[in-house]
Design a protein around this ligand. Sequence first.
Ligand code: CP
Length: 301
Amino acid sequence: MKHLLTITELHNEEILEILSEAQQFSEGKIWTPAKEQFVANLFFEPSTRTKFSFEVAEKKLGLQVLNFETQSSSVQKGETLYDTVKTLEAIGTNAVVIRHPQDHYFDELVDGISIPIINGGDGCGHHPTQCLLDLLTMQQEFGKFIGLNVVIVGDIRHSRVARSNADVLKRLGANVYFSGPEPWMDETMVNGNYVSMDEAVQFADVMMMLRIQHERHAFKMISSKQEYHQIFGLTIEREAQMKPKSIIMHPAPINRDVEIASSLVECSKSRIFKQMTNGVAVRQAVLKRALQLKKEVVLNG
Ligand code: CP
């Protein structure tokens, strides 16, 4: 399959192949396509990590990068997402990376667009490259997924990171648990595996903290940041209870002193900036896969 829309569409073998390729890129592997290729980055929602790590990955692969500016584009004249992407395809773009606030925005694209679409995040839906970089970070740390205890903490309901990670980690044999305010739990995901923060830190190999997604809340959902931190946050006291080889992850951006104590962001257990570094290698692997598959389709007629 040429697109990467959700992690669900990838078989375990494909996931492990992408991780292996990404590991090689992280160790300095060089690959560039045989001929000039153009990739457009369309970000209809704010982003720092995803947008710039895709751009770094594209430049490392020798791709021609087209950064789509929503504010100065014909989207402002009412052009649809489909017509925008169809236009980019018509002028010779070889792949698109899209972040969009609408869940499953790609459903309206897949039938008519014949260049690879890489999902950089859709609403509360999916974030497959974040999931892959999280997996790479865990694989580098533990060398396996089977039997790992991963606790995903926080705004589960509004988090595309939680959705993507919970699905694939279970498939790869990890034990996935959830913690955070109960109104933010999605029962279809949690399925009885709810633990308190004080329980979680005792047995977790990975504490995966999530940002509170204020922009996706219809009304104010926490009374105070301090109270949230004390009940649901990774405090300095809770970090001291964690197992010696356990790690802390967070997709970022971070609300310091809310979901995690500020001084823990760069503590010895934190892999938060390692995740960001891994994001470049994962995106190189994903882009290579998309562009190579496109080439194979053409060659096979
Ligand atoms: N983790 C993540 O997706 O960060 P950005 O929103 O900055 O891309």
